[in-house]
Design a protein around this ligand. Sequence first.
Ligand code: AMP
Length: 421
Amino acid sequence: MISKAKGTYDVLPTESYKWHTLEEKARQICVLFGYKEVRTPIFEYREVFHRQNEQSDMVTKETYNFMDKGDRGLTLRPEGTAGVIRSFVENKLYVENPLNKLYYIGPNFRYERPQKGRFRQFSQFGVEAIGSNDPALDAEVIGLAYAFIQKLGLKGVRVRINTLGDNESRADFKDALKKHFEPHVDTLCDDCKLRIEKNPLRILDCKVDQQHPAVLKAPTTQDYLNDSSKDYFQQVLAYLDAANIDYEIAPKLVRGLDYYTHTVFEIEADIEGFGAQNVLGGGGRYQSLVKELGGPDLPGIGFAFGMERLIIAMESENIAFNEDKVNDIFLIATDTTARIQAIKLLFEARQQGLVADMDFVSTSFKAQLKSGLKSNAKYLGIIGESELQNKTVSLKNTTTQQQEEIPVKIAIRSVKSWLGK
Ligand code: AMP
């Protein structure tokens, strides 16, 4: 037996309805907010992700890179944003509309150490709004994430928000962190030793050094914001208040990726027994990514949720998913001639919008009946010798156990009206 690759999982037929629920609700929210779907390739040329300014672990250590037969360097996408921006630039989406509101749902790949809520292939639902510096747009994007969480029915969830300020504030903050951490270089973890030079912001969200005294006492972004960055953040908060969105300010929040400026945020689960991987989603504003990928100087803001973690969160809170539809009618035929009639009705039922099925494995009446009951069908449609002769079908309501012989011609119509369809 060959097993699945490490860090991957199967969505079995008994679970897939959970994914459908999540995806449907994501799409519904995006329609309400005016976001349109974009589907980009699962692999891109490696330059899309491996950019000079991107030194995050995710890109430098965790990507799946390979050469194709034409000697082209490719990377399986580790996140959604860079591919969406590549497509935005390549297809010149900015020419038609000054603001593009996009969303995506699909798999990403990271070579991480698998654990509960962390996989090597995982799925994200994310949005990107590209083309405006309006702080109201930050509130709209955070509001979309918030509305999605509410639509799923999740209660134990909070929105945490911070600002990194504009490029100037961010650079000052970076210098201050460098100075702050340099005397502690020997006691930081190996990764953080390197981060001091490359990107000291990342030390603040290092999992290993979380409780390091120097991390606990580190300066926060707020101390290094220039006036316009402060003002920008205040406006974002005012819009969030106006939109009735609950949030808390998290001064140490920096997020993993290197392209963020101004607003960053996370949606965190505060659910008992949820486990360490409690960040359901996160995002932020980016100033130079579009330009870095060869496009015009346009800002963007976006977020991504991990679908697996949302499912775990919903399960932890015992939230019901929309179950798959059960059969409205299950047809049972006692011999080959009756089977022809059954197939006819089966297809008519489906054409009329009824969920319908029959047994394709067993031919004995008893076994077919068993399959019909196991499928939880609301009605059984039985065609035997006498029904064939009478040009009827016996319709049995599996809840009331009542059975009626109905002319074939009006059988499906009758079931439909009994079901109120
Ligand atoms: P990021 O792209 O790292 O900002 O992650 C956004 C969200 O994607 C996280 O909050 C998680 O919900 C999800 N996520 C990221 N990496 C993984 C992973 N390896 N396995 C499962 N979910 C992940």
